[in-house]
Design a binder for this molecule. Structure first.
Ligand code: BDP
Length: 717
């Protein structure tokens, strides 16, 4: 019995990777042997790897290159000491390799994270060099080279130079210390705090590898709604263990700092940022952190927002608070990521205006190591928002963009929504801050303001699920975030194609079906949830499903009715001069476009305008009819995705195919629910008949209003 079991186990380990369970664990780093038609790398290329670097990062790069190439080529690729045969790959810096130094490659402009990949001759032999100024550059170069091979690109005549356009490319984990992930839909937190620092789950390495493969170089490991405990010595020891594991992969650790920590764990009576004792406490805390984590990245802070403590509790400004922390970190080279996601507890003014009103006057008042972290839109990670006006308004301050990778407002883990298109749309928006072409991407890169610091942050969608992100397709959002943070001007389509090839294979039947499906997927969600510029109509608190009728919450802006403002005449939030005048926060060119019904466009129509039910849109339909048509279109788009996916069954492994198919079935059901509930509700206000040919909602309005979801996942608090 025992013997048979052992024999069976031995057999299992011999099986090729493709025959093993495909559960998505390997992400896009699957490295399965390339199928013949796309095998551009023949025996003459990649004959050996020469990688003289000895530091931990260089070793990680070398190991990855060997692992990847051996898998992709289906043969072991050996290490060699020198380029002693045709087709070797030399992975080195000018310092670690005289051969690289002798090539005099143009590495100057690549900084300490860029790389160069070039086909050359060394000692008369054809070779490929992956060169960089630093080991981290080698790491990114190794992953880039593997990506080329994995996506079926020819590698026999390469000349590529690339460097990140954004300096800090961070995942923000909204992970609590009890492993609950706020707005997480992929299981528990990856960080097993209880067992750290002694037990180091091997998964931490795979996490850091995945980050490195897409250029992510930092992780804020705890929730922005933070507990001060993380800053105490026993917890810092756990954080240090993570930092040590991430280090060879170029990923630095950051922490969300609770502003009132000096009171809660420091025994002080105040957290006033101008109080000398408080300042001394933070300075000592920073010194303590850097003693055990020498490359600690810095603090992320959510202050005076949604009940979190902050400098305003002491009548001090956000700048006072940020600068105090910045001063504590500065001697060590750390940064403060200060979030601009604030809205006051009392103000009756348009919530979408509040961050601008509060921060604009502070431009120029922050220390050089403070970055203002601004969500892509002025409200809160909705399926579609116009860009946040602060991006064009803080020329003297480095402004980071924060996007939400986890799909809090876009159907949790089960709805297929590729967010690359959403972020591309945001990054391509023109702020007109310095005339035409002042895109968000340029603001974020720091190019417009001439800033040294630049950052892009994404709220992570990782968790303990085997597939990491809650669904196979949500991995694409982690991937797209990293790629866009590296280069905010990359195209979403190119990213979707890369990811598809790496994750599902190079078969054109697969690629040609999946990429268009991904490209249209986010618009489908917009259509069946919040078409034509509607926003924040999700279920209260948990944000699961439609609840546009909610009107009983304490604060006005917690109620969906606050956002859609539907009445007998029409629907939409007037943010023009006749309403809240939020348009005035944008540059005049942008403000004019948004303020004019003829130029605002369908996407932001009801974001900026209150429109009469019977007004005609450019589609020729009345607003009411168009609304019904859009909701319906969203549902039909999901049906289309299901058909596409079903047709791929012969070309996709059964396990992942089945999971995606089941999730699409959930999405289809929930898309219909969104459509029907929304139409039932808005019809109770518009009193208009459904246009001909459109099915009525499956249930009466009170059915939808009665649905309750107290156990929906990912809730805050
Ligand atoms: C909201 C989330 C909440 C977060 C908040 C934030 O619902 O859980 O704490 O954003 O960004 O969208 O601070």
């Amino acid at each position: 019995m025992q013997k048979t079991l052992l024999a069976l186990l031995a057999l299992l380990t011999l099986l090729p990777a493709a025959a093993r369970a495909e559960d998505g664990y390997r992400l896009w780093l699957r490295y399965d042997r390339l199928a013949e038609p796309s095998r551009r790398v023949d025996a003459a290329a990649a004959t050996a790897i020469v990688a003289p670097g000895s530091g931990p990062v260089a070793q990680a790069a070398r190991a990855e290159l060997q692992r990847g190439l051996s898998g992709l080529l289906g043969r072991p690729v050996a290490m060699a000491r020198d380029v002693d045969r045709d087709g070797a790959i030399l992975l080195a810096t000018p310092r670690s390799s005289p051969a690289i130094a002798a090539l005099h490659l143009p590495l100057d402009r690549l900084g300490d994270e860029g790389y160069l990949i070039r086909t050359v001759r060394i000692g008369g032999r054809p070779a490929t060099v992956i060169a960089a100024n630093s080991d981290r550059g080698l790491l990114y170069g190794a992953f880039a080279f593997l990506r080329l091979v994995q996506t079926g690109r020819a590698i026999d005549r390469l000349d590529i130079a690339d460097a990140p356009k954004v300096k800090l490319r961070l995942l923000d984990h909204w992970d609590n210390l009890d492993r609950h992930v706020e707005r997480g839909y992929a299981g528990q937190s990856l960080w097993d705090w209880q067992k750290l620092p002694l037990w180091k789950d091997p998964r931490y390495i795979d996490y850091a590898r995945a980050d490195a493969s897409i250029g992510i170089n930092g992780a804020v490991v705890n929730n922005v709604n933070s507990k001060a405990d993380i800053l105490t010595a026993p917890w810092l020891e756990k954080v240090a263990a993570l930092a040590e594991i991430f280090r060879p992969w170029g990923v630095r650790v950051y922490l969300s700092a609770r502003f009132s920590a000096p009171i809660e764990i420091g025994g002080l009576r105040t957290a006033d940022p101008l109080d000398p004792q408080v300042r001394a406490w933070w300075k000592a805390k920073a010194d303590e952190i850097y003693r055990i984590i020498p490359d600690f990245g810095g603090f992320l802070v959510k202050a005076n927002s949604e009940g979190q403590p902050g400098p305003q509790d002491y009548k001090r400004s956000h700048a006072d608070g940020a600068n105090m922390l910045a001063d504590a970190l500065a001697p060590h080279g750390g940064v403060v990521m200060w979030r601009a996601f604030v809205y006051s507890a009392t103000g009756a003014d348009d919530r979408a205006k509040q961050a601008y009103d509060e921060f604009k006057p502070l431009d120029g008042k922050f220390r050089p190591n403070v970055i203002l972290q601004v969500k892509n839109g002025p409200l809160d990670f909705q399926p579609r928002e116009p860009f946040h006006p602060l991006f064009g308004a803080m020329p003297k301050t480095p402004v980071a963009i924060e996007v939400e990778i986890t799909k809090e407002y876009l159907g949790f883990a089960t709805h297929l929504a590729f967010l690359g298109t959403m972020w591309e749309e945001a990054l391509a928006s023109d702020t007109f801050a310095r005339g035409r072409g002042s895109t968000l991407a340029k603001v974020v890169e720091g190019a417009l303001g001439g800033h040294n610091l630049s950052a892009m942050a994404g709220v992570a969608n990782t968790g303990t699920d085997r597939n990491w992100s809650g669904s196979q397709f949500d991995q694409a959002n982690w991937y797209a975030f990293g790629r866009l943070a590296w280069d905010p001007q990359l195209s979403a389509r190119a990213i979707a194609e890369e990811w598809t090839r790496m994750t599902w294979g190079n078969d054109p039947r697969v690629v040609d079906a999946i990429v268009p499906m991904m490209m249209g997927s986010r618009q489908a969600v917009v259509d069946y949830m919040t078409p034509l510029g509607l926003h924040h109509l999700m279920g209260t608190g948990h944000h699961y499903g439609p609840a546009p009728w909610v009107n009983d919450q304490q604060r006005p802006e917690w109620n969906p009715v606050y956002y859609h403002r539907a009445d007998a005449n029409g629907i939409g939030f007037d943010r023009t001069a006749t309403g809240s005048n939020a348009v005035a926060q944008y540059a005049p060119e942008v403000a004019r476009r948004f303020a004019d019904r003829r130029s605002v466009g369908d996407d932001y129509l009801l974001w900026f305008h209150h429109v009469k039910w019977d007004d005609r849109l450019d589609t020729g339909r009345t607003l009411w009819d168009e609304l019904v048509a859009r909701y319906t279109r969203g549902v039909e788009e999901v049906a289309g995705m299901r058909r596409t996916w079903a047709s791929l069954a012969p070309y996709v492994d059964p396990q992942r195919h089945e999971e995606v198919a089941a999730f699409l079935a959930i999405q289809a059901r929930e898309a219909s629910w969104w459509r029907d509930a929304s139409i039932a509700y808005f019809q109770s206000i518009s009193h208009r008949p459904l246009p001909a040919g459109f099915a009525p909602p499956a249930h009466p309005l009170d059915y939808y209003e009665a649905l309750k979801f107290p156990y929906a996942p990912g809730q805050g608090g």
